[in-house]
Design a protein around this ligand. Structure first.
Ligand code: NAD
Length: 373
């Protein structure tokens, strides 16, 4: 069983899919691990650290040659994987609903694409869930970056020269990223409020010491929602939400938006008119900017100033914490493959529940239910 780890080639991607720790653990399972030279540079992991962990380090062709499993953060161009064994697995994020062409190319190349972002939200898969591990760090980074862009302080400060007021932070979308954003803003001393469409988040917001702001007159999503995910809301709900947000947002200094709907563009939560109602100097961080954006006018990796409000958002937030993001992502992949490791054959064998959920292609065909028809 040969496992190959490539240098990420997507623009701005600094993460790496294996760490020296997971290399050692894969070797302990009986695998051989090959890492492309320079793969860890963006995450501050030198080639030497991979070598010391027992990996071969070399150029891409030598790394891929004879690989049974390829690990990546963003799925590589299948042309790079020509030397891998027929039917080799590629465990990576594929963005399969927006990058259908790439999925078809994987099928054509006879590779077995395993989309880590489709990991089901079941208890035993929690430690394999790359969306959670990366979103948590993204929620933290969004607040830190917004705080840095904001021309005022977060905590209340009583000084001899007068009092500095605490910043008001509003978090929209309280999933994994939103919860970490609330916690981080609280730690920095801000006054925090938050909203979501799923009623289960109300208690979570309160337990972090923040104030829930919820649509009351139209029903949202009861409890957690399907698998913890939201769906698109009715027009009536969207209207009620817009009114609620309009009343609240004008008093906020920082807004962090994190709302996503799986397989669809991110819902629009903040309009230009609402931005105009905010105080000059306020900052909005749109964590969903790469999925179409929650905020009107947000542009990935740019500071857009509208009505004196700075609108920011990274195309890829976890890459700005590449060392931690890589360490967690690498563990997610190890937890995934090792959970299914068959000692007799020395290779992983997926079960139906998780295998069918993540497998996009096999035997030359696209096999995922959500990509057919
Ligand atoms: P997500 O990234 O898909 O969405 C972020 C948040 O935006 C969600 O809370 C969603 O409800 C919210 N949202 C969507 N549309 C909105 C709108 N119009 N207005 C306001 N908010 C909106 O979600 P996520 O962070 O991946 O996770 C959601 C939940 O799933 C978590 O709270 C967690 O409890 C659960 N979860 C479970 C597991 C597991 O059991 N393995 C793993 C991860 C997460």
């Amino acid at each position: 069983m040969r496992i190959a780890v490539l240098t990420e080639r997507a623009a701005g991607e600094a993460r790496v899919a294996a760490s020296p720790e997971t290399v050692k653990k894969f070797i302990a399972l009986g695998a051989t691990v090959a890492v492309e030279a320079g793969a860890g540079a963006g995450a501050s992991i030198p080639d030497e650290a991979y070598r010391e962990a027992g990996a071969e380090v070399g150029i891409v062709a030598a790394t891929v040659k004879g690989a049974d499993i390829v690990l990546a953060v963003q799925a590589p161009d299948p042309a790079l994987l020509a030397g891998a064994n027929p039917g080799a697995w590629v465990a990576a994020t594929f963005d399969p609903f927006r990058e259908r062409g790439r999925v078809d190319a994987y099928a054509k190349a006879g590779l077995e694409a395993l989309a880590m972002e489709l990991m089901p939200r079941i208890t035993r898969a929690q430690s394999m869930d790359v969306l959670s591990s990366q979103s948590n760090l993204a929620g933290y980074k969004a607040v830190i970056h917004a705080a840095d862009t904001y021309g005022r302080a977060f905590p209340m400060m009583m000084t001899a020269a007068g009092t500095v007021q605490a910043a008001r932070v509003f978090v929209m979308g309280v999933g994994v990223a939103g919860l970490q954003a609330i916690a981080t803003a609280k730690r920095l001393g801000a006054q925090v409020s938050a909203t979501d469409v799923r009623s289960a988040t109300k208690e979570q917001i309160q337990s972090l010491g923040a104030k829930p702001i919820f649509v009351e007159n139209v029903a949202g999503i009861e409890g957690e929602g399907a698998g913890g995910y939201a769906t698109e809301m009715s027009e009536e709900y969207q209207k009620a939400q817009a009114e609620l947000v309009s009343g609240h947002i004008a008093k906020q200094d920082i807004v962090i938006t994190t709302a996503l709907i799986p397989g669809r563009d991110a819902p629009r939560l903040i309009s230009d008119a609402q931005i105009a109602s905010m105080k000059p100097g306020s900052v909005i961080f749109d964590l969903a900017v790469a999925q179409g954006g929650n905020v009107e006018g947000s542009v990935a990796d740019q500071v857009v100033e509208k009505h004196g409000v700075k609108i920011i958002g990274y195309a890829n937030t976890p890459t700005h914490l590449a060392a931690d993001a890589s360490a967690l992502y690498a563990r997610n992949l190890y937890n995934f493959l090792s959970a299914f490791w068959d000692k007799e054959t020395g290779r992983p064998v997926l079960d139906e529940e998780i295998g069918d959920a993540v497998r996009l292609t096999r035997g030359g065909a696209v096999v995922h239910g959500r990509l057919q028809g």
